[in-house]
Design a protein around this ligand. Structure first.
Ligand code: TXA
Ligand code: MG
Length: 345
C-alpha cells in the first residue's frame, strides 16, 4: 500500500487535506494524525473491521484497548453508557487537552476497540488538525500512538513515516507535538478515581477538581507476574530503543562519575539534560532542561529514537523528577529502561 504524506498547517489546515483524511477514515482506512500529545493512528471507532486494521498495522497485542477521540464534549454521552459528574467536571477543566477518561462503554462502540472490556477510553484532543479531521469524519476515531508496537511513540510525522510507511493509507503532518508524551489516563468508573497512566495533566491538577485521586501502582512499579492490570497497556515493554537503558538517580557529579567508571568501550550514549553534555567523554543526547519537566516530556521520545540512529547499545539516563509532568517522563523512561534504575545516593 502506498502511504500518502500531506502537510497541514496547524492553525489553518487546507480543507482538501482534511476532507481527504476524513474520506479515507469513513471508508474504513487508516490515517496517521497529529495530536498535541503524540501522533495517533486513527480509524473509524464505530467500524470494527477498520479498528482491527490498527492492531495489524502496529503489531499491537489484541488485549490492549484503544482510546476513542471525539470533537466535542457533547459527544461524550453518545459513546459512554454512563457519564458521572466527575467526568463532566474534568471535561470542563481539561478538555480539549491531554486527558483520557475511562468510562462504561456504550453499545455502539464495538468490543474490539476496548479489547473486550466493558469500559471505553475517551479523549477530546486540542490539536486543531485532529479536531478538524474528527469533525469532518463525523465519527469518533480510535487512535493509539502511531508507532510500531514496542518502539517509542511518534512526536513528528517523520517518526510515523519511519514506522508505518507502506502499512497505512495516509499521514497528516501537523508539525511537532507540543506535549510529547501520551495523555493522562484516569479511571472514573468504580471507586476512587485512579491515574492509570500519567501525562500532561498532573495528579495535582486532577485533585484540584476531584479531591482524592489515586495513582495506580503500575505507574512506577513492575507488576508481579499474574497480577491483573487496570490498564493493559502498562504491562507491555514499551517505548524501548534497541540500547540497554539504565536510569541513574542522583546528582550530576555522581552520574558523571558512574558513567566514567562503568561505560563500556563502545556503543555507550548518555541521555542527559541541556548544558550537561561536556561532563561526559561519551556521546550525549539531550532530552530537555533539568528544571523544566515539560521540555523533558517534549524531547524524550525523539531522544530515545536518536539512540537507535546512533547505534547505541548501552545508555545511561539522567532521572527526571518523580512528580508533576516529571512523573509522566519518569513512567515512560522507566519502561524504556525495562525498570532498570540505580540510586546513586
Ligand atoms: O495521548 C494519547 O493518549 C495518544 C494520542 C494518539 O491520543 N494515544 C495513546 O494511545 O497513547 P495508546 O493506545 O498508545 O495508549 C492507550 C492506553 C493504553 O495504556 C491502554 O491500555 C489504555 O490507554 N486504555 C485504553 N482503553 C482502556 C480501558 N478501557 N481501560 C483501561 N485502560 C485503557
Ligand atoms: Mg502507545
Amino acid at each position: 500500500m502506498k502511504t500518502e504524506l500531506l502537510k497541514a498547517n496547524i492553525n489553518q489546515p487546507d480543507p482538501q487535506t482534511i476532507e481527504k483524511a476524513a474520506s479515507i477514515l469513513r471508508a474504513g482506512g487508516l490515517v496517521g494524525i497529529p495530536t498535541e500529545t503524540v501522533y495517533g493512528l486513527a480509524a473509524n471507532a464505530l467500524d470494527a473491521q477498520a479498528v482491527e486494521k490498527i492492531f495489524e498495522a502496529k503489531g499491537r497485542p489484541q488485549d490492549n484497548p484503544l482510546i476513542i477521540h471525539i470533537a466535542d464534549i457533547s459527544w461524550l454521552p453518545l459513546y459512554a453508557a454512563e457519564v458521572p459528574e466527575t467526568a463532566y467536571a474534568l471535561a470542563k477543566a481539561f478538555w480539549p487537552g491531554p486527558l483520557t477518561m475511562i468510562l462504561q462503554r456504550a453499545d455502539v462502540i464495538p468490543g474490539v476497540v476496548s479489547a473486550g472490556l466493558g469500559t471505553v477510553a475517551v479523549r477530546f484532543p486540542s490539536h486543531p488538525v485532529a479536531q478538524a479531521i474528527i469533525r469532518a469524519a463525523g465519527v469518533p476515531l480510535a487512535a493509539p500512538s502511531a508507532n510500531r508496537s514496542g518502539s517509542p511513540s511518534p512526536t513528528t510525522a517523520a517518526h510515523v513515516f519511519h514506522d508505518l510507511n507502506g502499512r497505512i493509507d495516509m499521514i497528516v503532518d501537523g508539525g511537532e507535538c507540543a506535549v510529547g508524551v501520551e495523555s493522562t489516563v484516569v479511571q472514573l468508573c468504580g471507586g476512587i478515581p485512579s491515574v492509570l497512566r500519567p501525562g500532561g495533566i498532573t495528579p495535582a491538577q486532577l485533585r484540584n477538581v476531584l479531591g482524592s485521586v489515586e495513582i495506580d501502582p503500575a505507574v512506577t512499579h513492575r507488576l508481579a507476574p499474574g497480577v491483573r492490570v487496570a490498564s493493559p497497556g502498562m504491562k507491555y515493554k514499551h517505548y524501548a530503543p534497541k540500547a540497554n537503558v539504565t536510569i541513574l538517580d542522583g546528582t550530576l557529579d555522581r552520574f558523571a562519575d558512574y558513567v566514567r567508571k562503568n561505560a563500556p568501550a563502545e556503543g555507550c550514549v548518555v541521555l542527559c539534560f541541556a548544558g550537561e553534555e561536556a561532563k561526559f567523554d561519551v556521546p550525549a543526547v539531550v532530552y530537555g532542561s533539568s528544571d523544566d519537566d515539560s521540555s523533558q516530556a517534549q524531547g524524550l521520545f525523539g531522544a530515545l529514537r536518536r539512540l537507535d540512529e546512533m547505534g547505541a547499545t548501552t545508555a545511561f539516563a539522567r532521572c527526571p523528577r518523580k512528580n508533576g509532568v516529571g512523573l509522566a517522563v519518569y513512567n515512560r523512561l522507566l519502561r524504556a529502561a525495562a525498570f532498570q534504575e540505580i540510586s546513586l545516593e
